[in-house]
Unconditional design. Structure first.
Length: 383
C-alpha cells in the first residue's frame, strides 16, 4: 500500500474530523450536564463515593444494559478483580481468557492470585473462539471431585472470561454453553462494549457477572470508572461490601471484619458519567453512523474494515482496518502518526508479555494473524 493510498485515507479521516488537528484516536466529548453536575458536587461537598450521582450512575447502567444490579468502581481493572473475588474465584485457580485482549483482563486475574490461561479468538468477531476454548478444555481438563481440573498442573479451572473486543460481541451463547457443560463460571469482560448487543441482548448478561469500563477513551466516560453488572444479588452485595473497605454499617463505629478494598467510584466521576449517560443514545448513534461512513469508504479502496458480526449490534468503539501484513501495518502506523492522525495497532498478545509468558495457552493462529494486521483509526464522536 503506497503513499498515494495512504493520503487518500488521511484525506477522508480529515473530512470526518475537520476541526481537529491533530486528530486523536478517541477523545471524550462533553456536551451535556457535565459542568453543572460537577458544580453540584463541589457546592454540596459530596466529592467522594458518598453522593447521589454514584447511585444515579448505577441506575443509568441498569437501564441501558437491563442488568438487575450495577456497582460502580474506580476503573475496569478493579472491577475485574472485584467480580472474580465476589464470584468465588480463589487463589491458585486457573481462569481462561483470550490472548488477544487488553492487559487489564489478564492483570485482573493475576490480582486475585489466580492464573490466566489463553485461548484463541475468531477472526470475524475478534473475541474468544468457542472451538479454541473447547479444544483447550479437551486437551487439559479432567473432571474430579470438586470440579474440572487442569490435569497437567493440578489447578482447578474455575472460570472463563471472554472479552468483547473493540465493542464487537463475540459468540457468547456458544461460550456460555461450553461453560455450562463443564461447570465453569462465565464472567464477561464487556469493558469496551457498552451499548453492544448479541441477538438483541446486551453484552455482559450471559454469565454470572460482567464488567464495563468508563475510561476516558470509551464511548461514554466517567473520567475513569468501571462497573460490575450482575443479576445475582449476592455477587452485587459482595462487590459493594469488599470494595467499600469491608466496613459494617453503623452510624459511627468503624468495624471491618475482613481485609477490604477502597475502590468505589467517586461522586465527582459519577457526575460526569451521569451527564454522559443522558446523551447515551446520541453518542452510540453517532458512532454507528461514523462506522457506516468508514465501511462505505474502505469498500471503494479495497481495504477490509472490521464490521459487527452477524446477529449483533456493535457500538463500534474503535473502528479498525485489516492490512496485508505486519510490515504494511507498521508503515501505515508511522505514516498516519507522522501526519497528525493518531492510529494504533491492536494489543500485543498476552502470552508475549513478561508477566504471562509462562501461562498455559492453545495455539493462537487467529490472534497472531490479527495482531500483525489490525490498525485502529480515529473513532471519536463527530461534533
Amino acid at each position: 500500500m503506497g503513499n498515494k493510498k495512504f493520503e487518500i485515507i488521511l484525506e477522508f479521516i480529515r473530512s470526518l474530523y475537520p476541526s481537529e488537528n491533530p486528530i486523536p484516536l478517541h477523545a471524550p466529548r462533553f456536551f451535556g450536564n457535565e459542568k453543572k453536575y460537577l458544580s453540584e458536587c463541589i457546592d454540596t461537598t459530596y466529592v467522594s463515593y458518598v453522593g447521589r450521582f454514584v447511585s444515579d450512575f448505577e441506575e443509568h447502567i441498569k437501564r441501558i444494559t437491563g442488568s438487575k444490579n450495577a456497582v460502580a468502581l474506580v476503573n475496569g481493572t478493579a472491577a475485574i478483580q472485584m467480580m472474580l473475588i465476589a464470584a468465588g474465584v480463589k487463589n491458585g485457580e486457573e481462569v481462561i481468557t483470550q490472548a488477544l485482549t487488553f492487559a487489564a483482563t489478564a492483570a485482573g486475574i493475576k490480582h486475585v492470585n489466580a492464573e490466566p490461561a489463553f485461548v484463541d479468538v475468531d477472526r470475524d468477531t475478534l473475541g474468544m473462539s468457542p472451538s479454541s476454548l473447547r479444544a483447550y478444555l479437551q486437551a487439559n481438563g479432567e473432571r474430579r471431585a470438586g470440579g474440572l481440573f487442569n490435569k497437567n498442573n493440578g489447578r482447578k479451572i474455575a472460570a472463563v472470561v471472554p472479552m468483547h473486543t473493540l465493542g464487537h460481541p463475540l459468540r457468547i451463547d456458544e461460550i456460555s454453553s461450553i461453560c455450562e457443560e463443564n461447570g465453569l463460571l462465565l464472567l464477561e469482560d464487556a469493558a469496551e462494549s457498552i451499548g453492544s448487543k448479541y441477538k438483541e441482548k446486551h453484552t455482559g448478561l450471559f454469565g454470572k457477572a460482567a464488567i464495563i469500563s468508563f475510561n476516558g477513551n470509551k464511548p461514554v466516560t466517567a473520567g475513569g470508572g468501571g462497573v460490575v453488572i450482575t443479576d445475582d444479588e449476592s455477587i452485587a452485595e459482595r462487590v459493594r461490601y469488599i470494595s467499600t473497605t469491608a466496613k459494617r454499617k453503623h452510624r459511627w463505629e468503624f468495624y471491618h471484619d475482613e481485609v477490604g478494598y477502597n475502590l468505589r467510584l467517586t461522586n465527582v466521576n459519577a457526575a460526569i458519567g451521569c451527564a454522559q449517560m443522558e446523551c447515551f443514545n446520541t453518542i452510540i448513534d453517532n458512532k454507528r453512523e461514523t462506522a457506516k461512513k468508514y465501511i462505505d469508504f474502505f469498500d471503494t479502496i479495497d481495504i477490509p474494515f472490521v464490521i459487527e458480526p452477524e446477529g449483533t449490534q456493535s457500538n463500534y468503539w474503535l473502528n479498525s482496518i485489516i492490512l496485508k501484513d505486519r510490515n504494511s501495518r507498521d508503515t501505515f502506523l508511522q505514516y498516519t502518526n507522522d501526519n497528525g492522525i493518531q492510529t494504533r495497532p491492536i494489543w500485543t498478545l498476552m502470552n508475549k508479555l513478561p508477566p504471562y509468558k509462562n501461562c498455559n495457552r492453545t495455539s493462537l493462529p487467529n490472534s497472531e494473524w490479527l495482531e500483525d494486521r489490525i490498525v485502529n483509526i480515529p473513532s471519536s464522536v463527530r461534533l
